[in-house]
Design a protein around this ligand. Structure first.
Ligand code: SF4
Ligand code: SF4
Length: 129
């Protein structure tokens, strides 16, 4: 792909609604952003978080224009279902992990996918097969 994708003016205004608009704009300009479904009907796509990878770094919380994410803590059940390496990592970051309490508001902009430093987020079509 050549250069950065254009940010539509309406999308650009939307980015101001993110908790950290400057991070959000950087993510919007990332050529790897999976934005082909951007502005899908709310909840048609939802973010899926790989708990083995998530380190609670909160970039998703900062960039999402629809406040889909919040930071939480792994339950004992989630923690015990992780691999040995996943548990080691989780201990290092106090079991912090991203939650998606407002997943139904997701518009598939893809900002969280490219902002996550751990590649922990994928977008999935709802309802999942
Ligand atoms: S999903 Fe990625 S960006 Fe979000 S808290 Fe986890 S590591 Fe951080
Ligand atoms: S893809 Fe969905 S969850 Fe991710 S930043 Fe965009 S609206 Fe938020």
């Amino acid at each position: 792909m050549n250069g950065n994708p254009t940010i539509d003016p309406s999308e650009s205004r939307l980015l101001d609604g993110a908790r950290d608009p400057s991070k959000s704009r950087r993510a919007a300009a990332d050529p790897q952003r999976p934005g082909e479904h951007c502005r899908a009907p709310a909840g048609a796509w939802v973010p899926f978080i790989d708990r083995e990878k998530c380190e609670g770094k909160k970039e998703c919380v900062d960039v999402c224009p629809y406040s889909v994410f919040e930071l939480g803590t792994l339950t004992d059940g989630e923690f015990s279902s992780l691999s040995f390496v996943g548990q080691m990592k989780a201990r290092r970051h106090d079991r912090k992990t991203a939650r998606t309490p407002k997943a139904a508001a997701c518009r598939a902009c893809g900002l969280c996918v490219v902002a996550c430093p751990e590649d922990a987020i994928t977008l999935r079509r709802e309802p999942s097969p």
